[in-house]
Design a protein around this ligand. Structure first.
Ligand SMILES: [Zn+2]
Length: 471
């Protein structure tokens, strides 16, 4: 049977003309994609010359990350043989208790250098799941806490967490080796390095963190997110409100070919139709702080069919995201080290890339720095103006002498990222003249005098008006 192309290309002339026409059409299509990034009907006209407050000075530099200490901590953790949560908590040489000792020792060193600002807490509890055979087993989480300097925000906490436990192929067997270098000694090392970078800034007076920062190394992840579920309960019991939760899990390698690639940030879509969950706003905030060259936002709660410690927070409606390296190698995850049919299995130190991991540590630390410096997000933001020519955005927020004002954000409904429409120094509403309520999404965020931005709060329809419009 003749193919379509052979049938059309009966003569050389026809074939050549067809090829040229196809090439021309492709060129036009490519041109349109490359040079018209906005929807042609409605570019954000006339809003490009806004005078916006610059972001906070003193960004954490890549050079200030201590890769050597991260490497040393991971080496010690791997040296514990296994860190399965149901292994020994008391043997100093082998098991999850050995892992805990390494993390606590390193955090105590850092706390000492912080002039006593950083407080190290070991939180002991019991938890049960299918992967503890349904029996409550002893568990421990480690928290290093850097209290906020503003009494109003000291009970708001931004946290970063890695899980110190690991697992072999059989998640019920503590006798098997489970080095867990990438999953998740890497995330633990990132959390600990953030504690060092930020407590150092606080101690030197260069970092004024209004909110409290917490650096966690949890257990029980591989037994069913038991440690992070407990951490969320613990925070509630201590009276904290979680401003944002950064889960770092499998952030130690960059196996994709070429140069180091962007770390992925996973954020769930929530349950509303425009995909603006609190977790999504945290992801957007981190991308804005660290840049698109560093962060690859993925609009999914986690990798397909998989889970992590941010999940209990996300399900509770708290802003929570997961950091994971660009491309995972499954023969190096959840595998007892061995060679089978010429394939080497196991989560070994030799696969780690400290250049990449150091980038991830910097990006986490800088995001936490700016978030902890920011004013509180508006408590509510509302959109009115249906069936009128103007959109009216209003919001409520508590008094804050360190706040410079609010940014009104908007985006095309098909766009992933916010743009600033307007800065409003005072008041609690803005009328967007000639802007339809229908064709964009809107949000409001608070801006500190220091330039730090709160998370964005997408507008909702005024509850009193909901459903009252006639068609
Ligand atoms: Zn993990």
């Amino acid at each position: 049977m003749k193919s379509f192309r052979t049938a059309v290309c009966e003569s050389a002339w026809k074939c050549c003309a067809l090829t040229l026409l196809t090439a021309a059409l492709l060129a036009v299509a490519t041109f349109a994609q490359e040079f018209n990034p906005n929807d042609p009907g409605e570019p954000p006209h006339g809003r490009t010359k806004l005078q916006l407050l610059p972001r906070p000075k003193g960004a954490i530099s890549r050079q200030s990350v201590d890769e050597k200490s991260m490497r040393a901590l991971i080496h010690q953790l791997v040296g514990c043989g296994t860190r399965l949560t149901i292994s020994s908590w008391t043997d100093p040489k082998r098991g999850v208790g050995c892992g805990r000792d390494q993390v606590v020792a390193r955090l105590n060193e850092i706390a000492k250098e912080s002039g006593g600002r950083l407080q190290v807490v070991v939180d002991k509890f019991e938890a049960a799941s299918k992967r503890t055979s349904g029996n409550p087993v002893p568990m421990e989480n480690i928290y290093a806490i850097l209290p906020g300097s503003d009494p109003k925000f000291a009970k708001t906490v931004f946290l970063v967490s890695g899980h110190m436990d690991s697992r072999p192929s059989d998640d019920m067997d503590p006798n098997l080796e489970a080095p867990g270098a990438d999953d998740d000694a890497s995330g633990t090392a990132v959390s600990v390095e953030c504690a060092r970078l930020l407590s150092k800034l606080a101690a030197s007076g260069q970092g004024k963190f209004r909110a409290t920062l917490l650096f966690a190394a949890v257990s029980g992840e591989e037994q069913g997110l038991l440690g992070s579920t407990h951490l969320l309960e613990w925070l509630k019991q201590q009276g904290y409100t979680v401003g944002g939760m950064l889960d770092d899990d499998i952030v130690g390698a960059d196996r994709a070919p070429g140069e180091p690639h962007r770390v992925r940030i996973f954020s769930g879509s929530g349950e509303i139709d425009d995909c603006d969950s609190p977790s999504r706003e945290l992801a957007r905030a981190i991308e804005e702080i660290d840049g698109r060259g560093a962060i690859r936002m993925i609009f999914r709660v986690d990798r397909f069919g998989r889970g992590g410690d941010h999940y209990p927070f996300y399900k509770a409606g708290i802003p929570a995201v997961r950091f994971t390296e660009p491309l995972e190698e499954y023969s190096q995850q959840h595998q007892t080290p061995r060679t089978e049919n010429g394939v080497e299995y196991g989560d070994l130190e030799k696969y780690l890339d400290f250049r990449f991991m150091g980038d991830v540590a910097r990006d986490n630390a800088e995001a936490l720095r700016q978030l902890a410096m920011s004013p509180a997000p508006p408590t509510l933001s509302t959109l009115e103006g249906a069936v009128t020519p103007n959109a009216k955005v209003s919001w409520s927020a508590e008094d804050d002498p360190d706040r410079a004002g609010f940014e009104i954000l908007w985006r095309e409904t098909t766009e992933a990222r916010w743009q600033v429409f307007e800065f409003v120094p005072a008041g609690n509403e803005a009328v967007l003249k000639g802007v339809s309520t229908d064709n964009h999404y809107f949000a409001v965020r608070a801006v500190g005098k220091n330039g730090a931005r709160s998370l964005a709060v997408p507008t909702e329809m005024d509850a009193n008006r909901r459903g009252s419009y006639s068609r």
